[in-house]
Design a protein around this ligand. Structure first.
Ligand code: ACO
Length: 319
């Protein structure tokens, strides 16, 4: 049997840090409101000169170095993003060129905040099929570009960044099981309902969200998909060393861990200093905890995505 295994992680955060006080200085909000309702204290915001492919490049270089894999040995690139550099070419193709490599397949995955988990499951299938051996899987976002900076209900929630993993073929798992789900009937509760048509923006280019509905839906499906994924892997929830849910809101994370009866020490939280970085949030959190020596070889990590579409999913991996 061929399996896939995460053999290196990397991440990148743009240098500019925006604290809650910056919002409080110009909007009807406060540091206290943002902390209490979301757990967010600060987020990183990309410079205008930086696009998703630039953030992805830095994260990829770090993951490749950690895996001791040369760029030319990568045979598949998947970039999960909802904030691509252009309509086309894909951010994955731009990243491939920036890495100085050619010919391997490269494509973007659009599943909003579930994008990284969707991309990881997709790369796992390529590797298990035996056609590819070393995949670079990235979540990269510049959500700051699609926020209405005068809408206090959304602009305080998000940040920019990128996370990456190298997924390589292995004789033992690695990735045990993935479950991916979507329900397009909920498309309206979280969207950027705009498009470019005839040189004009049609609809809105800004993120719109019905926060309370998103909150309830997220907690429900994160609980369900954790149980489904652990069962598909033939394991028990108690076998999980670390839970990395999509980092949307600390209250969503804590409610999920509570419903799953997982001790607080096993819950990975980075939303306080990253904000919600959409498809980048899970690989950013993974890399931070790996580099801090908390997530170690042999640990079982359950990664979860949930976001616009609506989409959700989870992957269970042994590191
Ligand atoms: N500062 C001060 N007041 C605010 C702010 C703000 N930044 N934002 C909203 N409010 C106000 C609202 O206008 C409302 O005022 P009103 O009662 O006078 O109308 C009041 O606070 C309460 O608003 P609610 O939306 O009911 O507040 P809630 O407790 O639900 O918190 C929040 C809002 C934080 C958005 C929450 O619903 C949430 O986290 N939802 C999940 C959404 C999420 O995480 N989205 C990320 C993308 S989705 C994903 O990644 C899964």
């Amino acid at each position: 049997m061929i399996y896939s295994r995460i053999v290196g992680t990397g991440s990148y955060l743009p240098p500019r840090v925006v604290k809650n006080s910056e919002f409080a200085a110009r909007l009807d909000t406060s540091d206290q409101w943002i902390r209490e309702r979301t757990g967010i204290v600060q987020r990183h915001i990309a410079d205008e000169s930086q696009a998703s492919s630039d953030l992805a490049l830095e994260a990829s270089r770090a993951a490749l170095a950690a895996a001791e894999v040369r760029p030319q040995d990568v045979d598949l690139i998947i970039v999960a993003t909802s904030t691509p550099d252009f309509i086309f070419p894909s951010t994955a193709c731009l990243l491939q060129a920036k890495l100085g490599i050619r010919n391997c397949p490269a494509f973007d995955m659009q599943a909003v905040c579930s994008g990284f988990v969707y991309a990881l499951a997709t790369a796992d299938n390529f590797i298990r099929a035996g056609t590819h051996k070393r995949a670079l899987v990235i979540g990269a976002e510049v959500f700051s570009r699609i926020l209405d900076w005068n809408d206090r209900g959304t602009c305080v929630l998000f940040g920019d960044g990128a996370g990456a993993v190298v997924l390589a073929s292995a004789e033992r798992p690695g990735l045990h099981a993935s479950v991916l789900r979507a329900d397009g009937s909920h498309a309206g509760i979280l969207s950027v309902p705009g498009n470019v048509c005839g040189g004009r923006i049609i609809g809105s280019p800004f993120l719109q969200m019905q926060g309370a509905q998103v909150f309830k839906f997220a907690v429900k499906v994160l609980d369900e998909v954790a149980r489904e994924t652990v069962a598909a892997a033939g394991m028990d929830l108690m076998d999980i060393d670390w839970l990395i849910p999509h980092q949307a809101n600390v209250r969503i994370l804590e409610a999920t861990a509570r419903k799953l009866n997982l001790p607080h020490e096993r819950l990975v939280v980075t939303v306080d200093h990253h904000g919600n970085t959409s498809a980048a949030s899970v690989p950013l959190a993974l890399d931070e905890f790996v580099r801090a020596g908390k997530i170690r070889a042999g640990h079982r990590v359950l990664m979860q995505g949930v976001g616009g579409g609506f989409t959700w999913g989870a992957t269970l991996a042994t590191m």
